[in-house]
Design a protein. Structure first.
Length: 345
């Protein structure tokens, strides 16, 4: 229905409602035509009278109907409903590891806030949730804070609320202070993980020998003497490969199909068991690999290619070389350096 359709409507002897879509009707009477909105809300039919036609055009009536529908949706939408929409339309589509975000929803957001209406959530509610989650650690609490801010930002984008109740919550609430990690394993720490028989230790050794991220090791695949990382898995969205030395291939006796979270939890317990303080993370193994290559004389730009880092400046624009031979030699150099560390003395 468009403007001329509304204009052409005539009274035919009895009052009638003519549908214009989305709950908008034109009530045609003998002496007037009036816009009304009819929608069910809470099990009851609600009728809202707008204005007469042509004082209110078709376009203006449709805008009013949409605003009314949005207001009803905003009033009734719960955090659980919003979360389902956000996870499906944002997290699952845009994030390479959606399970990490979903964990915060399953553990904290939905149990505590799920049944409540989005419009009723206050900054105090979210700050309390973040602080109670700090028992898992300040960093985890801050990650939850970030998830809440993004979730309610999406609610603002949808027009469900005007202001983001998580916007004002800072790291002072979570208690987290960001620090640049510089952790590199010592010779003794490398030796301890080298002697461990657990299959998670084999993954750690694989990360040391390849410089891969844990997700790249778990979601990549072997093809002869190379480990391939699909573009969908790599952090920068660019396909990647690393050369597998004999020692790296020897770590592949079992698939690395355990979740990253399980590996990280095992590594924390394992470090405590062996008195390794401060603990290290799987990503620290990647940093250690890069450091050991640099110490062994591998050129920095080859290390960058080995790690699949995005080049900066002019190099990013003009240097498209693969450096295949150099990367293979760098992997061999790293293997020799690590084996020298763990060799019996």
């Amino acid at each position: 229905m468009i403007e001329r359709d509304a204009k052409a409507l005539k009274w035919d002897g009895k009052d009638r409602l003519v549908a214009f879509g989305d709950g908008l009707f034109l009530n045609v009477r003998k002496s007037s035509k009036t816009w009304v909105i009819r929608r069910r809300h809470g099990g009851k039919m609600e009728v809202t009278t707008l204005d007469k036609y042509p004082l209110m055009s078709v376009k203006a009536a449709r805008v009013a109907a949409m605003e009314k529908a949005l207001a009803q949706t905003a009033h009734g939408m719960t955090v659980e409903m919003l979360s389902e929409k956000y996870l499906a339309e944002v997290i699952d589509r845009e994030h390479k590891r959606p399970e990490l975000s979903r964990g915060y929803f399953d553990r904290a957001i939905l149990p505590e806030l799920g049944p409540r209406k989005v419009a009723d959530i206050k900054t105090f509610d979210l700050a309390q949730l973040v602080q109670s989650y700090a028992r898992r650690g300040a960093r985890s609490a801050d990650a939850l804070r970030s998830q809440l801010k993004k979730l309610f930002c999406y609610a603002v984008e949808l027009g469900l609320i005007r202001d983001n109740p998580a916007e004002a919550i800072s790291r002072r609430v979570s208690g987290y202070t960001a620090r640049s990690r510089e952790r590199v394993l010592t010779d003794d720490e490398i030796g301890i993980v080298w002697r461990e028989n657990h299959h998670h230790a084999a993954l750690c050794r694989f990360l040391l020998l390849t410089g891969l991220r844990i997700s790249e090791a778990q979601k990549g695949y072997r093809d002869s003497d190379r480990w391939h990382v699909p573009a969908a898995v790599s952090k920068n969205g660019r396909e990647h490969w690393v050369y597998l030395t004999p020692t790296a291939r020897a770590q592949l006796t079992e698939p690395f199909d355990t979740s990253p979270t399980a590996v990280q939890a095992w590594l924390r317990r394992w470090c405590d068991k062996h008195g390794i303080d401060p603990r290290y993370t799987p990503h620290d193994l990647r940093r250690t690999a890069a450091t050991r290559m640099a110490d062994a004389g591998v050129e920095p730009f080859i290390i960058e290619r080995m790690l699949n880092h995005t080049m900066q400046g002019v190099m990013a624009v003009y240097n498209r070389a693969e450096y295949e031979a150099e990367r293979i030699e760098a992997a061999r150099t790293l293997e020799v350096a690590l084996l020298r560390v763990v060799a019996p003395r």
